[in-house]
Design a protein around this ligand. Sequence first.
Ligand code: ZN
Length: 149
Amino acid sequence: MRGDGISRGAKKRYDSKRPVVAVRISREQNEKLEKLIRDSGLSKSRFIRRALQLELEKKDRMYRKGYQEGLAKAKDKYTTHLYCRECGKPIPIQGVIAESVVCDLVDQSARVYHEDCQPPMVPGETRLLFEKDSDRPVIRTMPRVQGGR
Ligand SMILES: [Zn+2]
């Protein structure tokens, strides 16, 4: 005990949980800070905690905004468009693996249609059929006619 009723251990624990922060700023900056604190109606410590909270929220918003922008750019960069042979509308294909599989089939003369747009199949034809708003095709092949060439 130090005589003022607070043990050294208790003060140490309190200081470690609530450290004192001191900074040096110019007289002009200090006047501006004091005015801001006065105008806020908050105590100095409450004002600093509020400012810290606002900074953390701002940082979080910026992080999320950057993440969303990066995601949108990546989606755009890694999206290939195929076009329905019947209606001509684009069909977005996302993802590197899906894109390479689909593009290989198209290179092997598979025809691309929306499921709802396709005309009747002809023998020997391979199609990639997409439901509206889906980038996962159903692959359908019509066998060649037996005995015919
Ligand atoms: Zn179509």
